[in-house]
Write a protein that binds this ligand. Structure first.
Ligand code: GTP
Length: 552
């Protein structure tokens, strides 16, 4: 049933003013029960209720009602009128959006009429006043109506005069239920699934609304961080921001609520209205970082700027994990975790393009747990087939156990090209396994380049080391002196390449004495050097680091 055609209401009244009788009529009118003498006070199911003719326990009945060509589902909750059972009334009220407030035309407002009215009023329910028993000889509906106007501040015209006993005007009551009671409105509940930082407006969070609605000016709470904000702006993404007055359940949009710190709009967090706390949504399974690399500013003076750039970028990409780290050679920096190598490169590129940051990225590694014991000596197979399932005559699904470092860098690309793009690949963590691994250093003129230190399988060390040396040779420009590029395990050298000495004379094309032009060229060369990382007296371009780590 569409929620806009559901009405939840209860009937409240002073004792004996006719709730159960009206309920019977409503049930009959909507065909829920047959209209016979026997069907009296059908919602009073308990024996004690029937014997005493009073309602003790709240009862519920669902009615189907057609109004102006539309089917409505009316959920009626009958409540007891006696003061002893007012707990039942408040419980019923909390499940409803509206009430029928019955007043006996003869007796007028009584104590429980007032008490029950306030319960409904405080719960901000729609209140429909119904004057009952107008068939009675002494009925004085005008008096009852003016009491309602005076005591409850409800205009007399809003009252519906009925005889529950005879069924007079009961149809009008049903119409009023549909017209005057709003459909159920679940508490606002939204999931933050993305967010970004805008310099002028602060944090812009993308949300999916799972329940209720939110408006500008509402006070909302972030469930995990438990902070309260006022909604300044919200709207839909079409795909540009399109401000609206509200966001409803089922809608996806953006919200700006004065979050200043980039960490405030945590992806996976739940937002709710301050006055209507809800259970937080399950959120997202935290992404599991598979590749780790150190990130350092080229110059330590750039540390604060880089920190805020990384903070902002990780707000936008919460799958990146960040830990502070420092190294003797590189100073203060971070250890970042990524989902894969491409992810790492994209992150690095975004840092440069969107935040104008210049960073040194160390050799990516996968998480290892090192146990220094002879059990490493155990020969390890690099991939173990687990199973093979024919999905149909065209497709087969194979499961292998792989060491993560075998697949993380380029396995996907190789697989795709080998299968002309038909094969697809996915992986999940299968835990740690023992393996025969060695730590391999890359040396430039005998000095270890910390960023390029890698952990490799012993059997692959030579091949990997040789390839890395070759690629470094290609990506480090010649300098004024000869450079030896070596791969080593401990003191054992595995591979060597040599970069011949050479000096790029930027002034070669300058004839004559145009000093300003010379200065310009020298300045340009100096700026180019900024993008270099100096290891010993060797300038290594930043790009060399990533290109070296990729396999061909
Ligand atoms: P509790 O369940 O005890 O809270 O009472 P209630 O408010 O449900 O009242 P109920 O419907 O049991 O009606 C009380 C008495 O008023 C019964 O004897 C009904 O027959 C009578 N009554 C209800 N509606 C009308 C009406 O419209 N006209 C007349 N004349 N009597 C009515």
């Amino acid at each position: 049933f569409p929620v806009d055609r559901i009405r939840n209401f209860c009937i409240i009244a002073h004792i004996d003013h006719g709730k159960s009788t009206l309920a019977d009529r409503l049930l009959e009118l909507t065909g829920a029960i047959a209209k016979t003498e026997k069907n009296k006070q059908v919602l009073d199911k308990l024996q004690v209720e029937r014997e005493r003719g009073i309602t003790v326990k709240a009862q519920t009945a669902s009615l189907f009602y057609s109004h102006q060509g539309e089917q409505y589902l009316l959920n009626l909750i009958d409540t007891p009128g006696h003061v002893d059972f007012s707990y039942e009334v408040s419980r019923s009220i909390s499940a409803c959006q509206g009430v029928l407030l019955i007043v006996d035309a003869n007796q007028g407002i009584q104590a429980q009429t007032v008490a029950n009215f306030y319960l409904a009023f405080e719960a901000q329910l729609a209140i429909i006043p119904v004057i009952n028993k107008i068939d009675l000889k002494n009925a004085d509906p005008e008096r009852a109506e003016s009491q309602i106007e005076k005591v409850f501040d409800i205009p007399a015209e809003e009252c519906i005069r009925i005889s529950a006993k005879l069924g007079t005007n009961v149809e009008k009551v049903l119409q009023a239920v549909v017209d005057r009671i709003p459909p159920p409105d679940h508490p606002f509940k939204a999931l933050v699934f993305d967010s970004n930082f805008d310099h002028y407006r602060g944090v812009v969070a993308n949300i999916a609304v799972f329940g209720g609605r939110v408006r500008k000016g509402d006070r909302i709470v972030s469930a995990h961080l438990n902070k309260t904000y006022e909604v300044n702006e919200l709207g839909l993404l079409r795909p540009d921001e399109h401000p609206t007055q509200r966001l409803f359940a089922g809608q996806v949009g953006y919200i700006i609520a004065g979050m200043k710190d980039v960490k405030e709009a945590q992806i996976g967090d739940t937002l709710y209205l301050q006055e209507q706390p809800v259970e937080p949504l399950p959120g997202f399974k935290p992404a599991k970082a598979m590749v780790f690399a150190g990130m350092y500013p080229v110059d330590q003076s750039e540390y604060p700027g880089l920190r805020s750039a990384i903070d902002r970028l990780t707000l936008n990409d919460s799958s990146v994990t960040v830990q502070r780290d420092s190294s003797l050679a590189l100073g203060a920096g971070w250890r970042l975790g990524f989902l894969g190598l491409l992810h790492m490169e994209v992150f690095n590129q975004r840092l440069e393009q969107e935040y104008n940051a210049s960073v040194i990225v160390t050799a990516p590694t996968v998480p290892y747990r090192a146990v220094l014991s002879s059990a490493k000596l155990i020969k390890n197979r690099r991939a173990v087939q687990k199973n093979m399932i024919y999905i149909d005559d065209q497709r087969v699904m194979m499961k292998y156990l792989f060491p993560l470092n075998e697949i993380v860098v380029d396995f996907y690309d190789v697989l795709k090209s080998m299968s002309s793009g038909y094969a697809s690949f996915d992986y999940e963590n299968a835990g740690y396994q023992t393996a025969d691994l060695v730590k391999m250093d890359i040396l430039l003129n005998g000095r270890s380049v910390e960023e390029l230190t890698t952990i490799v399988h012993r059997e692959r060390a030579y091949r990997t080391g040789k390839a890395m040396c070759e690629r470094l040779k290609d990506s480090i420009p010649r300098q004024m002196f000869e450079i030896a590029v070596q791969a080593a395990i401990g003191s054992k050298i595995l591979a060597r390449e040599t970069i011949k000495a050479y000096r790029k004379n930027v002034l070669a094309k300058c004839y004559g004495g145009d000093i300003t032009r010379k200065m310009k060229l020298l300045k340009k060369q100096a700026e180019g050097k900024k993008k270099m990382r100096r290891i010993g007296n060797i300038d290594v371009p930043k790009d060399a680091f990533i290109s070296v780590l990729k396999r061909k």
